[in-house]
Design a protein around this ligand. Sequence first.
Ligand SMILES: Nc1ncnc2c1ncn2[C@@H]1O[C@H](COP(=O)(O)OP(=O)(O)OP(=O)(O)O)[C@@H](O)[C@H]1O
Length: 267
Amino acid sequence: MAANLDQPREPLIELKGVSKSFGNNVILDHVDLTIERGEALVIIGPSGTGKSTILRIIAGLLPSDAGEIYIKGQKRTGLIEDGEDPIGISMVFQQAALFDSLTVEENVGFSLYQHSNLSKKKIRKLVEEKLEMVGLGGTGDRYPAELSGGMRKRVSFARAIMSNPETPQANPEVILYDEPTAGLDPIASTVIEDLVRRLQCSTGVCGTYVMVSHQNSTIRRTADRIIFLYGGQIQWQGNVQEIDTTDNPLVRQFFSASIKGPIRIID
Ligand SMILES: Nc1ncnc2c1ncn2[C@@H]1O[C@H](COP(=O)(O)OP(=O)(O)OP(=O)(O)O)[C@@H](O)[C@H]1O
């Protein structure tokens, strides 16, 4: 499913020669990547290959060691906390990362309670709108412990798409999902996959997303474009149909789950 066909494609995020090491361990080695407006990009690759690292760099949570990052053509010089990006970029973490002592409503509205001058009544209304968008209308008074894993995940989606009407320029235009279906049963995974696509197409909500996933169904159901990361670099890119037709030995091995092939097995 392609979204936002009425919008012209333009580079929203560009990574140019981005490198990142942890100690002597080179994780990203001069990576070039362009993400266009309206794109649904899924990053795949073996465990420990740097997928979450690239997502955290795009989010502005982690500095790169070298290279340049452009957000809507503007070179980024700091991290997200410096608030300089010309668009909002939101991240959904692998663990839903909710505050257990706060209600669903307080979790979703957290940043508005902390950083806006909006009344409690107004925030509650905005939160309820987002909860309805993720299929959780009416759950605002519950606590995370009372929800299933899939529901908690959806609460974290609602928090990620929360916007502040006082600062519309900071509203999330790009959403980054780190393994959103990890640990969920196949049906709960389908609910999340459908939601990711639905949110992409909703007016006023981020039309562009970048996802990291290991789940075959999630990759196939949510990607317009797939990139395969390995050995610090993008080794392959293609669309969902090309997963099954490519000769690339890394992709072949990954999707056949074979222990024989060029991917080094780390026990
Ligand atoms: N803050 C850190 N300090 C040191 N090493 C780190 C740090 N963050 C990540 N790493 C290492 O960098 C490598 C890449 O990690 P990353 O989480 O990006 O991989 P990944 O491809 O997302 O893996 P997985 O699929 O298992 O989640 C791993 O070897 C990891 O241990």
